[in-house]
Design a protein. Structure first.
Length: 430
């Protein structure tokens, strides 16, 4: 099982210049190779493979461009490998050979967005508090946790807020935790982030909502600055830093919750939500994106694999919020503002989210329903009740039911409930 271990690194001023040079060269190789492939495509030629691209854009280019020789060559090769992979993914997706959402063709890389360069093989080294990169030097690294095994690659990342990271790919083995004999269904929502089928509720931190005013202020200031000025760059970094903070708060919450769930439950059941479709609703897009449902699913799935747990999803078309989890009666669609309801059939009072979570769990692990009213009221759920005083302090409700005569003769032939089209009299005490 492969896992990513990401650490913050702190390059000094000279190392920052060298890293920027490296990112620039990777970008140059990618962009020029991409432009070449696009040109060939418009002329009706076939796309060259990785080996041809390396010859032309690394070996040949180094003879003309001296600055390409000033950086390590592995990251340059890796960026051409990435381009090759991006094309393959795109063509496979077009041919329907690839599962999942449609892949778009590779795009040109910009100097202004996130930068990355990948080192593979033995040309980098990790020490106690330093990481050595060829032609850059020893950079300070904070190993917040030990690496599980020897990494197969390291990606140096500079995010748009100006922070540097080293992201290692390491081979880890799954640690199978002892069984807890507990299974859980989870309903994801906007007002409450996650509701578990045992009734537990988790509120999301909603970091974007809390920082929306501040973000708007920063963005307005950024929009007023002059193009290409130092102030503009300063304002851009301020916006990017706030975005990074928002993302960190969200990711931290999702990591903690998913780990907690994977440790405590053997089977975790989630609804297969169409998040990218839901985000198209402009009124809900910001609120849904702020929660990170998709990331939660990815993290939970990965952690279930890590701890040897079972991860299941149910179809998004399953009527989880329409069905009564007690008797299985479908009460029809409910508006989003209906948070609590009573089943017309069995009279159980439901919290909308908990009921849905129980249904999500039961879609995978069905248990025997309590058959209370099958064949009687279930067919005619809108039966009226008549109130009439029977005795002091006692009220009786009369239901009119269309119950068929039972084949076996009841012991008491006066038993009203077995008579055809009879009145069922129930007594209630006030
Ligand atoms: Zn019910």
């Amino acid at each position: 099982m492969k896992a990513r271990y990401k650490y913050r690194i702190y390059p000094n001023h000279i190392q920052i210049i060298k890293l920027n040079q490296l990112f620039g060269c990777c970008r140059y190789v990618w962009n020029s190779a991409l432009a070449h492939c696009n040109q060939l495509y418009t002329n009706g030629h076939k796309r060259p493979g990785y080996v041809d691209l390396t010859k032309q854009f690394i070996t040949q280019a180094k003879k003309e461009l001296f600055w390409l020789k000033e950086v390590a060559s592995t990251p340059l090769q890796q960026s051409l490998k990435d381009l090759d992979k991006a094309y393959k993914n795109f063509f496979n997706s077009c041919a329907g050979k690839r599962f999942g959402i449609k892949v778009k063709p590779p795009k040109f890389k910009s100097r202004k967005s996130r930068q990355a360069a990948r080192f593979v093989g033995a040309n980098y080294q990790v020490g106690q508090d330093k990481i050595y990169l060829p032609k850059v030097g020893k950079i300070k690294i904070v190993l917040s946790r030990p690496l599980a095994s020897k990494p197969s690659s390291v990606t140096i990342i500079k995010d748009s807020a100006g922070r540097y990271f080293a992201s290692f790919v390491v081979e880890t083995c799954a640690e199978h935790l002892p069984k807890t004999e507990n299974s859980i269904g989870i309903d994801l929502g906007i007002s409450t982030f996650a509701t578990l089928s045992n009734g537990e509720k988790f509120e999301a931190p909603k970091p974007l909502k809390k920082n929306l005013n501040k973000l708007g202020k920063f963005q307005r200031k950024f929009a007023k600055t002059e193009l290409g000025s130092k102030r503009r760059e300063k304002a851009r970094v301020r916006v990017a830093k706030l975005h990074a903070k928002v993302k960190d708060i969200r990711t931290d919450f999702l990591h903690k919750l998913s780990t907690d769930l994977a440790i405590n439950y053997d089977t975790i059941v989630l609804e297969d939500l169409n998040v990218s479709g839901m985000v198209k609703n402009r009124k809900l897009a910001k609120a849904i994106s702020d929660l990170g449902w998709r990331q939660f699913r990815t993290l939970t799935e990965a952690k279930c694999e890590k701890y040897g747990r079972e991860f299941r999803t149910i179809s998004r078309w399953e009527p989880t919020s329409q069905k009564c989890s007690n008797c299985g009666f479908k009460g029809g669609k409910k508006e989003l503002n209906v948070r609590e309801w009573t089943c017309l059939n069995c009279g159980t009072f439901h919290d909308r989210d908990i009921n849905a979570a129980v249904n999500i769990l039961e879609a995978v692990q069905p248990k025997n329903k309590v058959e209370i009213v099958k064949g009687t009221v279930a067919k005619n759920p809108v039966q009226l009740s008549l109130f009439n005083e029977v005795a002091e302090g006692q009220r009786s409700i009369i239901y009119w039911t269309r119950r068929k005569r039972q084949t076996e003769k009841p012991a008491d032939s006066n038993d009203v409930s077995t008579r055809p089209e009879s009145f069922l009299q129930l007594s209630l005490f006030d």
